[in-house]
Write a protein of this length. Structure first.
Length: 538
């Protein structure tokens, strides 16, 4: 078995193309991780979930997102050998797991009808409950690309429906929680290769039902003279195994078959669909067939929504139609300084999708952006997402100047991330200096955020740390951003950042908050955390 360091390096070097890049592509393409998330990476002890844990550790070290993560393991009743294997692997891989107990295996032991389905449902419920108890808003599962395409074919061949395993889902039973699948674009063969290359052995299925069947097969094999190598896993008799074999046989004829199965649920042509279901309602192609407007009800969308109406009223109406009361309550608790009545409650991914379509209507988007200040928090976030669409640096800066004047909360400030700023870093620095010089809370916070996002990696200079350290403010959200910046700097540019603590260059509150946030981060090792604790000021 290779060392922890060798295993970690293999992810971003040898397996960069096959594992790391598909992982980060899924994170970005499906917006699986957002600033401020606290994610429970659920570890079963198998190869997929253990790799997922290591990928999240690398994302914390090298990624642009600022989030927290816990590694959650449930013991549903494993035998002692399997339990120890999980703990030993986690220790070797330096994954600080949190294990909790449940009695799921006992609960399903006597169930004859679909015990695996019931077990999976119960396990997920326990994981959601524990994750929420730990303050998480998302759980991450280890389903990979092959799980996705197998689910597509299983639905068609065995259930008579077209469906897929989604990259993320809102929980229907745990308010404010989401499920994400960051391995969505990673092939299982590459995960197996990674485990084999690093000489790692993980659990397969460790439930009692499986163990009983395996023992029965083992006894039959011994009686018939077969070797243990002839004894197949329980999976060989499953429908999923049949689908795996079917796809493998099709691959021999067409090497692109896996990608084509996946693309089939991305390229659905609604004009050739007889019917589809949404929220329990069936829509049929005959619904609009005899009407002058030949488009189906589900084809009409945002492209027709902005014509001939007052844009401000229309946007407000659209956003209210997407409101989620649970999300509104959750968000209002995060921002007690904001009046709850000005929060509509549109989830961020839905608001981004809306912004993507809204931006195509340039005249309407321009009119909306001129209407500052906006009445609702959600409208301000929408405005920020529209600014992100700018490809012209100077135009983007001009719009940010207008926008930041009216920003009144940390979330709106931190959510706005125009990519064009990162492509013009040399031109960006003077504007960062200018915004800091205003002394206005959210101009200053935004400027420090840009220094944290764009100037702690390839374009790093200690001069930028001095810029942040020289900011003196009594505003809580400025001081918090200073601490966030230096906690991140400790993870990325430790040797320079730690001198600002040892030499006490920060205010006492910012100094101690930096240490607190660094200690809470998984990007910093235990030895360093122990040292940082000694630097606290009293």
């Amino acid at each position: 078995m290779k060392t922890t360091k060798e295993i970690e390096l293999s992810i971003i070097k040898k397996f960069k193309k096959t594992i790391w890049r598909p992982f980060t592509r899924a994170i970005n393409e499906y917006e699986l991780v957002e600033d401020g998330d606290k994610i429970a990476v659920c570890i079963s002890g198998g190869k997929d979930s253990m790799l997922l844990a290591k990928l999240f550790q690398e994302l914390e070290r090298h990624g642009k997102k600022n989030f927290d993560v816990v590694f959650l393991t449930m013991n549903p009743g494993y035998n002692e050998k399997n339990r120890c294997r999980i703990l030993d692997n986690a220790k070797h891989l330096n994954v600080p797991i949190t294990m909790f107990e449940s009695d799921i295996f006992d609960a399903v032991a006597t169930v004859e009808d679909s015990p695996c389905y019931l077990c999976a449902r119960m396990r997920r419920g326990h994981l959601y409950n524990k994750a929420k108890e730990l303050g998480c808003n998302k759980i991450a599962l280890g389903h990979h690309f092959d799980d996705v395409i197998e689910t597509i074919l299983m639905g068609m061949l065995y259930s008579g429906q077209i469906q897929t395993m989604m990259p993320k889902l809102h929980s229907t039973n745990f308010e404010g929680m989401e499920l994400i699948r960051p391995l969505y674009l990673v092939r299982e063969s590459d995960i197996i290769h990674w485990a084999s290359y690093n000489e790692l052995e993980f659990l397969r299925c460790a439930c009692r039902f499986t163990e009983a069947i395996e023992e029965e097969r083992r006894q039959k094999a011994l009686e018939s003279g077969e070797t243990s190598d002839d004894i197949s896993d329980i999976e060989s008799s499953s429908k999923r195994k049949e689908i795996k074999e079917l796809i493998a046989s099709l691959h021999k004829v067409n090497p692109f078959v896996e990608k084509n199965i996946f693309r089939s649920v991305e390229n659905v042509n609604l004009k050739t669909i007889i019917a589809y279901k949404k929220d329990g309602v069936t829509y049929n192609f005959l619904d609009g067939y005899h009407k002058e407007d030949k488009s189906l009800p589900f084809e009409r969308g945002i492209d027709q929504r902005f014509e001939g109406e007052d844009i401000i009223d229309k946007v407000e109406s659209d956003l209210k139609s997407m409101a989620d009361e649970g999300y509104k309550d959750f968000h209002s608790r995060l921002m007690p300084e904001i009046d709850k009545d000005v929060i509509i409650g549109v989830r961020t991914p839905e608001l981004r999708k809306y912004a993507n379509q809204f931006a195509k209507h340039e005249n309407d988007a321009r009119a909306f952006k001129k209407h500052l200040p906006h009445r609702y928090y959600d409208e301000m976030n929408l405005h920020g997402f529209l600014i992100e669409k700018n490809k012209d640096f100077d135009k983007c800066i001009e719009e940010l100047d207008d926008f930041l004047e009216y920003v009144d909360n940390w979330a709106t400030c931190d959510l706005t991330n125009p990519k064009v700023l990162g492509r013009c870093k040399d031109k960006l620095v003077p504007h960062i200096d200018r915004w800091i010089a205003t002394g206005k809370t959210y101009y200053v916070r935004y400027a420090i955020k840009l220094l944290m996002t764009h100037f702690l990696d390839d374009d790093y200079s200690i001069d930028y740390m001095y810029k942040v350290a020289d900011v003196h403010s009594d505003e809580y959200y400025v001081k918090m951003m200073i601490a966030w910046y230096f906690a991140t700097a400790l993870a990325k540019q430790y040797d320079d950042a730690v001198t600002f603590l040892t030499e006490e260059r920060l205010g006492e509150w910012e100094h101690n908050k930096t240490i607190q946030k660094a200690i809470e981060s998984n990007r910093i090792d235990k030895t360093t955390k122990d040292y940082l604790r000694t630097l606290k000021r009293k």
